[in-house]
Design a protein around this ligand. Sequence first.
Ligand code: SAM
Length: 382
Amino acid sequence: MTKTQDNEIIQEGKTEILVHKTKVSRKGPGTKDKKPFYNPAMELNRDISVLMSQWFIDLTRRHVYILDGLAASGINGIRLANEVKGNFTVIINDWNKNAFFLIKKNIEYNRLKNAFASNEELNILLSKNRYEYIDIDPFGSPAYFVDSAVRSITNNGLIACTATDTAALCGVYPKTCIRRYGAKPLHSHVMHEVGLRILIGFICREAAKYDKGIEPMLCYYRDHYFRVYLKIKRGVRYANRSISKISCVDPKKTSFTFSYKKFQGNNIGPLWIGRLHDKDIIKKLRDYLSEKDLNTRKTIWKLLDLFEEEADGPIFFHTTEHIASKLKISPPSMEKIFEKLCENGYNVRRTHFSPTGFKTDASLDEIEEIFKRINRETKRGR
Ligand SMILES: C[S@@+](CC[C@H](N)C(=O)[O-])C[C@H]1O[C@@H](n2cnc3c(N)ncnc32)[C@H](O)[C@@H]1O
């Protein structure tokens, strides 16, 4: 492989690939840049993708067709072909010609027999073929591809989907969110959880049109992107079961109050109100994590702990700052809050959405009382 001034060979996991040096912004390289995009900040996302693919291939126990539908340099698909063991083929697709040639080069460089480059518009490809595993990793919103993906996916297949249009999903641009996802967001301390639940709810409704249901395996927010892994099950029974977990939420009737005045009194959503992770999968991912050579291992390990902890918790969470600021006191430590809530018989869990966030079955009045008590005790020096 030839290395030139504007490209370089990088290594992620066990895989070396040639990428173009692109000026990376969080929104992507911009529409004028015709060079395939490579974002090193998404390494953790791709590492988790390696683990999830290994879990899915081991579970399926027959030949699996994986589609990396929006591949750019091909890094994600190439890594799956190179680092995941088992009986599968990866189709690595991008409609950009430069990306297609780079993907081909990277397949040759890694001498992969289980990977093929493709140069098609993703919706067209999804309309022609069916896949067991579809990965959608767009610039911005995945909304334009979800209908085709839920039609193309095989029964019990896995859809992995990223969304980087956080400003829409988190309520900075509520009208955009309503247009794209048919749901009303909420710009507040829980905006990332609301955004994630809007995205899952949207995919659930798209699948339900075709009598398919969803089962979230692992869904998270991190570093300005959302990522969901959803198992898709064919059948009216599954579709109805999933749709029963879609709901609009009245902020005033939840166990806490929102500070965002514009939305007071109005429902938000529709949102997915079911679970975000499957705890059994988290256990398996830990096993794969200890076997694989991944640079982000330590961070993933901590994330998996948080996913496991929050998996059975209620929807939404409080943060120490927003309650303390409402009460005009300084925020107590997380340790103190956990200690006091447990002493009073409540369940309390950390959440991956915020380092100062906690999910609990205590009511807001009870939480505030505990905050005040801790504050009084601290002042008395106890
Ligand atoms: C965010 S990049 C993908 C990044 C890549 N998955 C990675 O891990 O580095 C999105 C890619 O989708 C491609 N793309 C956008 N719309 C497409 C479409 N309708 N069909 C096929 N490819 C498309 C773009 O050319 C771009 O390379």
